[in-house]
Design a binder for this molecule. Structure first.
Ligand code: FE2
Ligand code: FE2
Length: 275
């Protein structure tokens, strides 16, 4: 598997953030990327050979007892390929940028690519910010990450941004060809080709579809993507203006401001704590 190490590492968040990542964090991010590309390559090879390209929902369900962890667990809390590594310490008053550099390595590349695409497509700053943040809570938990993510960010971002983050998860399951959104193959692979979303997802979709703000979470899904573009290396520094204008950084640091979600930031900061 050929991967351009230098440009991939540069894409993780710019020189300043890269310098603060441990070697282990860089190696993990690189390994995640290679595994992702390998799985993409083998899936397309299988389809080319006439094997079935995607599992059924029943086949996905059968995999449950083949894993020592559950698929909804946050990426900081489990390493599917061996032991977890020591995490670098965080500053006393951590900022969003510190979390990107020190805890969000698993999703940083994906969300930077998404924010970059949103910027290229002329989205508003609130939606570019939503794209930049939309999957980062997956460090803590993956199941229902739209709701968890919106909750994590709600005290600090514009209402439209939180709305877009909350509902992008449900809208991902529903096509909107008029707005340029098609159901992704990645979901056929993750959930099974015949998967039907849970009733609460369907009800949420129906509610959001009629909402006056429908287009905001839809814009996140349109600018969401699941491929590393080798020659596109968005840097976190390109978004610090938008973060500065729209993210209310608490002076005590995220996790220490007594907000209703401070404990969530501390859980991301200290996932090794046994209680
Ligand atoms: Fe997502
Ligand atoms: Fe995403």
């Amino acid at each position: 598997m050929e991967i351009d190490r230098k440009s991939f590492l540069a894409s993780l968040g710019g020189r300043a953030t890269l310098n603060r990542m441990s070697d282990e964090a860089k190696a993990d991010a690189l390994e995640d990327q290679m595994l992702f590309e390998l799985s993409q390559a083998s899936a397309s090879a299988r389809s080319g050979e006439g094997g079935h390209e995607f599992p059924t929902a029943a086949e996905v369900d059968e995999q449950v007892e083949t894993l020592p962890y559950r698929r909804g667990v946050g990426s900081l809390f489990v390493n599917p390929r061996g032991n977890v590594k020591k995490l670098p310490p965080m500053p006393a008053t951590p900022t969003l940028v510190d979390f990107f550099a020190l805890r969000f390595a698993g999703t940083a590349n994906h969300v930077l690519q998404s924010a970059n695409l949103a910027k290229r497509n002329g989205m508003s700053e609130e939606i570019i910010l939503a794209c930049l943040l939309h999957d980062t809570v997956q460090a803590m938990i993956k199941v229902d990450h739209g709701w968890w993510g919106a909750q994590l960010y709600e005290p600090y971002v514009p209402e439209k941004t939180a709305f877009a983050i909350r509902y992008h998860q449900a809208l991902r399951f529903y096509e909107d060809k008029e707005n340029g959104y098609e159901y992704p193959d990645l979901y056929r692979r993750m959930f099974g080709v015949d998967y039907k979303p849970e009733p609460y997802i369907e009800a949420t979709y129906q509610m959001v579809r009629k909402h006056k703000w429908y287009i905001y979470p839809r814009q996140v899904t349109i600018n969401d993507l699941y491929a590393f573009e080798p020659n596109v290396n968005p840097q976190l520094e390109e978004f610090t203006d938008i973060i500065g204008r729209h993210f209310k950084q608490p002076k005590e640091g995220l996790g220490f401001d007594n907000s209703p979600v401070a404990h969530m930031w501390r859980s991301i900061m200290r996932p090794d704590s046994p209680l």
